[in-house]
Ligand binder design. Structure first.
Ligand SMILES: NC(=O)c1ccc[n+]([C@@H]2O[C@H](COP(=O)([O-])OP(=O)(O)OC[C@H]3O[C@@H](n4cnc5c(N)ncnc54)[C@H](OP(=O)(O)O)[C@@H]3O)[C@@H](O)[C@H]2O)c1
Length: 376
């Protein structure tokens, strides 16, 4: 659609303020993909409790619980519909109109406040064009995008009047700091941070890698196992002391850190039941002071020290693929892995994220090809 399309927040500005707020992430209340599901009654009560705590922004998707998250939200929010914002998504392979109309039926509402493209895959530009017609038809008040590269995001801003961009962000997973967040700030796009608790890890409740049951998506998440789990646990132990000094919980510290990051508009936190809502949402955490943020960042920098290539690595890498050689050439003991990944992504090919760099560097470390890296 329009060249130079803009990001007028319109009705959304009621829900997105100048200060970052907490929004309710409704994936886990969908009852699937997060271990043993609680009773429907309990999951619905979590949503109601969030409303009682003053939460006015709810994020869902047709895939969460196979539609169950939307159905439950529709029921739990019905009486408060005019006072809350509902954001849903369209899958990367779905036809936007059919997908959103099915969502509206499950949500039992005539409109959503935001419809977001869940991921930018092959047909994403075509999908975004269709999004605009849904906005014109009043079925979605605002448009958003999730999980894109900064290059796609820049292009998206020329295709549709985007209001929001959603991506993973927490004190461990910081790819967005390189390109996406500065772009959102520049273009006045509301940034919605998901996985603020690193899918539960930042609650501090795991003393050992958790044995997630079959069907729990966290079985595939790399930080719940191996060296990354060890490194993150080491950080979490040091964060406990900081939280204690601040007189707040670890959850409060993790969310307060996010609230202090410039450009964050909404922090989408997941909770499965009322007890979790009470711990997470009641004490809507204040932004941390610059000193506390700097202290947390120093702990992370200390544990996640960038690796340096050993002299023999250059020879070994000669026959490797281009991505691997790209990483190897930047292992100078100083460059953050997020920066390495972002500079690869700048090329406009298959994108890279810091997690891929970390996993690769851990393999190199096993063969003595890099050093020194994080204590773990
Ligand atoms: N656009 C996307 O691609 C995308 C991707 C992921 C998420 N999201 C959105 O972001 C939202 C939040 O992300 P997320 O749910 O993945 O992760 P999260 O907010 O980092 O973690 C939420 C999980 O942490 C655990 N938890 C929360 N409060 C707790 C407490 N007080 N005590 C103990 N455990 C607690 C719960 O799981 P357990 O009790 O099972 O440990 C909960 O489901 C999602 O619901 C979704 O709306 C979007």
């Amino acid at each position: 659609m329009h060249e130079g399309a803009r990001t007028d927040l319109g009705p959304l500005s009621r829900f997105l303020g100048a200060e970052p707020r907490l929004g309710f992430g409704a994936w886990a209340v969908g009852g699937a993909g997060w271990g043993a599901a609680g009773a429907e009654r309990e999951r619905e009560a979590a949503i109601r409790r969030a409303v009682e705590c003053g939460i006015t922004f709810f994020d869902t998707a047709p895939t969460y619980g196979g539609g169950e998250s939307e159905r439950l939200l529709g029921r739990a929010l019905h009486a408060d519909r005019a006072d809350v914002a509902i954001a849903t998504k369209v899958g990367p392979r779905d036809e936007p109109r059919a997908s959103l109309e099915a969502s509206l039926r499950r949500l039992d509402t005539d409109y959503v406040d935001v419809v977001q493209l869940h991921e930018a895959l092959e047909r994403w530009e075509w999908q975004l064009e269709k999004f605009h017609t849904l906005q014109v038809a009043g079925k979605a008040l605002a448009l958003g995008l999730c999980n894109a590269t900064h290059l796609q995001l820049e292009r998206a801003l020329r295709i549709a009047p985007l209001a929001t961009y959603q991506a993973a962000y927490n004190l461990f997973d910081r790819d967005v700091e390189e390109r996406d967040l500065p772009l959102c700030r520049d273009r006045r796009l509301a940034f919605l941070a998901y996985r603020p608790l690193a899918a539960g890890l930042l609650t501090g409740k795991y003393a050992a890698p958790p044995p997630f049951p079959e069907g729990d998506h966290r079985r595939q998440i790399y930080w719940f196992k191996g060296k990354e789990f060890a490194r993150r646990s080491c950080v979490i132990e040091r964060l406990r002391a900081i939280a204690q000094r601040e007189g707040i919980s670890l959850i409060g510290l993790a969310l307060g850190w996010l609230r202090a990051q410039p450009g964050v508009g909404m922090i989408l936190v997941g909770a499965k039941n009322s007890a979790q809502v009470d711990q997470t949402f009641i004490a809507d955490p204040r932004p941390l002071t610059p000193d506390t943020v700097a202290h947390i960042d120093a702990v992370i920098a200390d544990v996640f020290r960038p690796a340096r290539a050993m002299p023999q690595l250059g020879d070994a890498a000669q026959t490797w693929g281009e991505r691997e050689r790209f990483i190897v050439s930047r292992l100078d003991g100083k460059t953050r892995y997020e920066a390495i990944a972002a500079s690869w992504t700048d090329r406009g090919e298959q994108p890279m994220i810091a997690a891929q760099v970390k996993v690769f560097v851990d393999q190199l470390a096993e063969h003595g090809l890099v050093g020194p890296i994080a204590d773990s």
